[in-house]
Ligand binder design. Structure first.
Ligand code: SF4
Length: 492
């Protein structure tokens, strides 16, 4: 299909809308073109301004059916550019809905953080009715997803009240895994191939922690939450975990810390020793992620553990005393079926973890799973929507509520990832990172620091080097970049 942009600057947004309906196709692009000269399918988004308004037009041709839709935006409206963007996207959306007959649950909300928009509406004093009306009528969000976004935002209200502008979270990246899962697109390296690198990496990571600790103390920032992610943090040896956690203890003021999470992740990396160390060093929340409890699906996605291993490690963690455990599941995994996914969800709820995160498979470019366009098309026709609906019903029945939500590119059926929690057990860090309301100082390879000023609504990012070897080699340069943190807080 050819996408045509005439007189408008919303290429990225319009392309995002077209991808909702035609996810696996490569597009060609034309600018300010005459559509009568185009052969084959096309989608035009056009904007023509006169003195008082913008006239918007969408023309779409697919399989020899053509549709044309028009609209207008007055120049006197508040946020004129934003309204023009919505008008272009909504005409294209309506045209594609009519031509394909497809329904798209999140409408034209193609961004990563739909709940952030709802939080903004709540901040602006909009009522529940007004918010629902806007999501449904302006953004074409389905009734179910409107309810989900609203409930999630409401669950966050109380938690966000306790966030302060000089509070921050610390993210620690340990980008190693025992083997690579077929769907993974993270920068994560296999432990066996990185054995020599890991001690050097841990050494540098501890030096970076000391530097970030020094800066945070100098600026008088308050450490609120700590999160170890990756990769799989428990892939490294117990002595490495101890060294990192000790460095944190010595470099930061932990007296106001409200949450400390270590994503243990895969059952094949967890040992009683590691769990005892993590607990003794102060982490109270862990993740143990089976993704599915179906052994043949686990094998198909290249995870070297079984459902039984997961049960064993979950039980071990409970016996060691962890009373806040998250488990991640993925809907739409290759070879999984709605029946097998339902069994997984029921198996997990029987264990009563405090948090359950339901991800939808995202077919990313870098994952081994993505084997070309025809294969991709097949995955986009998955039963993931059914699975996600079942999980939502079951978790609600079992007393869980949604508390954070985000979307990724190329998600099956344009669905979402949702964190569910038992009352009062929500992870603060997950809310902060998704809603972009608290500074995250991030250390380690692939980590990105996000500096947030809630008063001026300013957000800035500092990126660390992605791969462990690059991170080690360019360490001094990276430490130099940390000066940005001081500049940001000093208003420079
Ligand atoms: S455990 Fe997570 S980070 Fe590691 S390979 Fe699998 S999906 Fe990627």
């Amino acid at each position: 299909m050819t996408l045509v942009f005439n007189g408008q600057q919303f290429k990225y947004e319009m392309e995002g809308v077209v991808k909702l309906f035609i996810p696996a196709q490569k597009f060609s692009f034309l600018y300010d073109a005459d559509i009568s000269e185009i052969k084959g399918d096309f989608c035009l988004g056009e904007l023509k301004e006169d003195e008082s308004s913008a006239k918007i037009r969408a023309v779409l041709r697919m399989d020899e059916s053509t549709i044309e839709l028009c609209g207008e935006v007055s120049k006197s409206v508040e946020n004129y550019t934003g309204k023009c963007e919505i008008a272009v996207c909504s005409l294209v959306f309506k045209g594609l809905s009519a031509l394909t007959g497809k329904t798209v649950p999140w409408g034209i909300l193609t961004g990563v953080r739909p709940v952030k928009r709802v939080n903004k509406m709540l901040e602006n004093g909009l009522s529940k009715k007004d918010i629902e009306k806007e999501l449904r009528e302006v953004f074409f969000v389905s009734k179910d997803k409107t309810d989900l976004a609203y409930k999630t935002a409401i669950a966050q209200r109380e938690i966000l009240k306790h966030n302060g502008n000089r509070m921050f979270s610390l993210y620690v990246s340990i980008p190693f895994c025992p083997s690579r899962c077929a769907y993974c697109s993270f920068v994560s390296q296999e432990v066996e191939k990185s054995l020599k690198l890991i001690p050097q990496y841990i050494f540098k990571l501890c030096r970076e922690l000391e530097e970030v600790g020094r800066i945070s103390k100098k600026l008088g920032l308050t450490l609120d939450t700590i999160y170890f992610g990756g990769g799989t943090p428990t892939s490294v040896e117990v002595s490495h975990l101890e060294a990192i956690m000790k460095t944190i203890e010595q470099s930061f003021d932990l007296s106001n810390l409200r949450e400390y999470t270590v994503e243990a992740g895969r059952a094949d990396t967890i040992t009683a020793d590691k769990l005892r160390t993590i607990k003794a060093m102060g982490a109270k929340r862990i993740s143990i992620n089976p993704q599915t409890l179906n052994n043949s699906v686990l094998q198909a996605i290249g995870r070297r553990h079984t459902a039984e291993d997961f049960y064993e490690k979950f039980d071990m963690a409970r016996k060691i005393g962890f009373d806040c455990i998250n488990t991640d599941l993925i809907a739409g995994l290759p070879t999984d079926t709605p029946q097998s996914f339902e069994k997984t969800v029921c198996g997990i709820t029987e264990l009563a973890p405090e948090n359950v995160t339901i991800h939808t498979l995202s077919v990313k470019r870098t994952a081994d799973l993505n084997l070309g366009d025809s294969n991709k098309e097949k995955y986009f026709e998955s039963p993931a929507a059914k699975m996600v609906d079942f999980a939502a019903k079951k978790l609600t029945e079992m007393g869980y509520s949604p508390y954070y939500l985000y979307k990724q590119k190329n998600m099956l059926d344009n669905l979402e990832n949702v964190g569910w929690s038992k009352p009062g057990r929500e992870s603060l860090y997950n809310i902060y990172i998704m809603e972009e309301v608290q500074t995250i100082l991030a250390v380690g390879a692939g980590a990105s620091t996000k500096l947030c000023d809630n008063e001026s609504k300013r957000i800035e990012r500092i990126f660390n080097y992605k791969l462990p070897l690059e991170y080690i080699k360019n360490f001094d340069l990276m430490i130099e970049k940390k000066k940005e943190i001081e500049r940001f807080y000093n208003g420079e």
